[in-house]
Design a protein around this ligand. Structure first.
Ligand code: HEC
Length: 395
């Protein structure tokens, strides 16, 4: 699987359709019933995890393999084919990546607690090892896959230049053939596409500490899958405690940093009924004026809507409004979001707009997420340093 943002959102769509259909049709059986995407470079890991979970439960694994890559074109997944095939086959869809900083699960779906931590890594030949982008010599060409998060890192690190490839396999090949000195790829792709055996020692891989570099791997399920999800999580937790999980995940992924929290799958009814939780602490501060938000509305339409949608609902870029964006779990602060907006956006021309335009757009985003307008104007520095939590409150 390529960590292609556009593709990720299609994947989300597929899973929502497919799992909704599946889980309604399928009673929670005795087997551990899962779907695994064979185009995911970590599919061997998912398979091992499921086998171990089944053993832990003293039962069999029923694994249904599908090809989530689409027919080799960039159209992504074939929604109908997947939903039809999967409908009779699985209770949990494994291997779904969720951004660790503010992970959103596709609308209508639930996710188990993470069973693995993956993400983007910096790959270099051992002879030119570097642990961070900043450590690479000035003028270094770094291979990166089209439309993946690491494309955004070049703005912050002017010492490196992007060499963009269509697939992770080609991105890795450029380092193997020494066309580029380094590459940034999805960890599982590095494992899958670097040479194996003795030759693997010729390369180093370091987790990137950059925005959107850490991802958690979860299993998705629908309303009927809560029991299967709860058993899966319990088994994962047992495997984690006994130390087996770490071994199963190597070398593709690491164990999740924190122990698994079972609450999500154990209380399905509560999570469905719970309304959006407003920010703790009552009234929200007024950070911007109504005039700024109005001006921002137009600037948003001109500069952002083509990727984030006319109504901030998300398209090629993620949604910028609502519970999936500014959830309490996301733990966003105004300053974090403004830093992304003013340094990385528009994604095709980062940091290209005047300061006051960025400020107005930020005022519009705050307003759309339920923050009140007031009499004091938002300023560029004020927005950047604001530690006010950004939590959606609205319908
Ligand atoms: C060419 C497409 C494109 C345009 C234009 C664009 N964005 Fe983005 N934006 C993206 C993509 C893709 C991401 C996801 C990047 C990632 O997750 O690393 C993103 C991420 C974001 C995020 C982070 C969201 C999150 O949940 O992490 C914010 C905020 C954002 N964009 C705001 C804006 C604003 C405001 C504008 C207009 C000034 C804009 N974007 C213009 C493509 C675009």
């Amino acid at each position: 699987m390529r960590m292609n943002i556009a593709r990720l959102s299609r994947r989300a769509l597929v899973c929502a359709v497919a799992a909704g259909a599946v889980l309604a049709a399928r009673p929670a059986g005795a087997t551990v019933s899962v779907c695994i995407d064979s185009s995911n470079p970590a599919h061997a890991m998912d398979r091992r995890v499921v086998q171990a979970v089944a053993r832990q439960q003293g039962t069999e694994a029923a694994i249904y393999t599908f090809d989530g890559s689409g027919a080799g074109d960039d159209d992504g997944f074939d929604v109908r084919k997947f939903s039809t095939l999967a409908a009779s086959r699985c209770a949990l869809v494994l291997g779904f990546p969720v951004d660790a900083a503010h992970g959103a699960v596709p609308e209508g779906m639930r996710a188990t607690a993470p069973y693995a931590r993956m993400g983007f890594v910096l790959v270099t030949p051992r002879s030119h090892e570097a642990e961070t982008l900043a450590a690479l010599p000035s003028g270094t060409d770094v291979a990166v896959t089209y439309l993946t998060a690491p494309n955004l890192y070049f703005v912050k690190h002017p010492n490196v230049h992007a060499d963009i490839y269509p697939t992770d396999a080609q991105t890795i090949a450029s380092v193997v053939h020494r066309t580029d000195r380094a590459a940034m790829v999805w960890r599982a792709s590095a494992v899958a596409y670097l040479p194996g055996g003795e030759k693997a020692r010729d390369y180093c891989m370091h987790a990137l500490s950059e925005p959107h570099a850490d991802w958690d791997v979860v299993a998705l399920y629908g309303p009927q899958g809560a029991a299967a999800a709860a058993s899966f999580q319990k088994s994962i937790e047992a495997l984690r405690r006994s130390g087996q999980l770490a071994a199963l995940l190597r070398p593709y992924a690491m164990s999740p940093a924190n122990p698994i929290v079972l609450a999500a799958a154990e209380a399905p009814a509560a999570s469905a009924a719970a309304p959006a939780t407003p920010a703790a602490g009552g009234a929200k501060p007024a950070l911007f004026t109504a005039a700024q938000a109005d001006a921002g509305k137009k600037a948003y339409a001109d500069n952002c809507a083509q990727c984030h949608g006319d109504n901030l609902e998300g398209m090629a870029g993620p949604a910028l409004k609502g519970k999936n964006f500014a959830s309490p779990k996301a733990n966003f602060h105004v300053g974090d979001v403004f830093t992304i907006v003013s340094q990385n956006m528009p994604a095709t021309q980062p940091a290209s707009l005047p300061h006051d335009v960025y400020v107005n757009i930020m005022a519009f985003l705050l307003q759309q997420n339920g923050m009140p307008a007031g009499s004091a104007e938002l300023t560029f520095d004020g927005a950047k340093s604001s530690t006010v939590p950004l939590v959606y409150s609205g319908d």
